[in-house]
Design a protein around this ligand. Structure first.
Ligand SMILES: C[S@@+](CC[C@H](N)C(=O)[O-])C[C@H]1O[C@@H](n2cnc3c(N)ncnc32)[C@H](O)[C@@H]1O
Length: 272
């Protein structure tokens, strides 16, 4: 277990632990108070919320919190321990922190044959698409807080000295970038686009590239729109791998490991 390594931690493990603390801004969390937000959002950064990823941090480079960051770390360790082939991708990166951790993980383990794919509009969430009724009435696209430019994310990678040719950016809406992304194989896909459409577009374009044994992490499983996309996709393609919740109740995220290819069905999201 990552948390229980005590004094026996290697330099690589110590680096990754420090990287998590920096990305999550845990060390300086009290300095995040009183930050102005363009959305009138009231920040209340406290360690308990950072643990579960249930706050929107004014400064931290990821909002997923410690539980989900540790879980991501455990999945990455499992991928290399079990030789699951492929790259790592996050769809919905915000300030880039989860992807920065993935790149740091590869560097710590001196792995040079895997890429971290960083997929985002870099301009926030899309307007609800009428083809996805579940998303209608949603206001995610109105949040300036969720708009982080490509330049800012690149700059964040540079701050950790983790920007290099093992990081590839896919800028644009998932429905446009993912179908033509030059990705061969994926060992771990982290889906964090909140909406039905964003989750559906990620699953439908990436699933066939995920290796057997690979991880599919659904950050927003607690959101009914996101969970609907997951269940519709799994039902439509006969995917019955166990969905496992991440963290303490009420768990906001979940994941499964792919054990078999999906059945071939007409690729169509639910429209009613
Ligand atoms: C909740 S944030 C992601 C948080 C991030 N994973 C972290 O570690 O803090 C959601 C991100 O998804 C992106 N996004 C959502 N739907 C999208 C879509 N359909 N196409 C492109 N980007 C999308 C938004 O721009 C935003 O950056």
């Amino acid at each position: 277990m990552i948390e229980n390594m005590g004094n026996e931690q290697s330099a690589e493990q110590l680096y990754l632990e420090l990287l998590k603390k920096a990305i999550l801004f845990e060390i300086w969390i009290e300095h995040e108070r009183n930050f102005p937000s363009s959305d009138n959002y009231v920040f209340n950064p406290v360690p308990e919320k950072r643990e579960t990823g249930s706050d929107w941090p004014p400064i931290a480079h990821s909002m997923i919190g410690r539980e989900r960051m540790n879980h991501l770390h455990q999945c990455l360790e499992s991928v290399i321990r079990e030789n699951v082939p492929g790259d790592f991708i996050e769809t919905g990166v915000w300030r880039g922190g989860s992807c920065i951790f993935m790149r740091g993980f590869l560097k710590a383990h001196r792995i040079t044959d895997r890429t971290v794919w960083v997929a985002d509009s870099f301009e926030g969430l899309p307007l609800p698409d009428p083809n996805y009724p579940v998303d209608q009435g949603g206001v995610w696209h109105m949040y300036d807080f969720l708009r982080v430019s490509l330049e800012t994310v690149i700059d964040n990678f540079k701050r950790y000295s983790l920007l290099d040719d093992q990081v590839s950016f896919l800028k644009g809406w998932f429905k446009d970038t993912l179908p033509k992304a030059p990705i061969q194989k994926i060992a771990l896909a982290r889906l964090d686009g909140d909406m039905y459409s964003s989750t559906w577009d990620s699953l439908s374009n990436l699933y066939d590239k995920i290796s057997l044994g690979g991880y599919i992490i659904i950050d927003d499983y607690i959101l009914p729109c996101c969970a609907s996309a997951v269940h519709d996709f799994r039902n439509q393609f006969g995917i019955d791998d166990a969905i496992i919740k991440i963290g303490k109740e009420p768990c906001s995220a979940a994941y499964w490991r792919k054990t078999k290819e999906r059945s071939k069905a007409v690729l169509k999201p639910h429209t009613v």
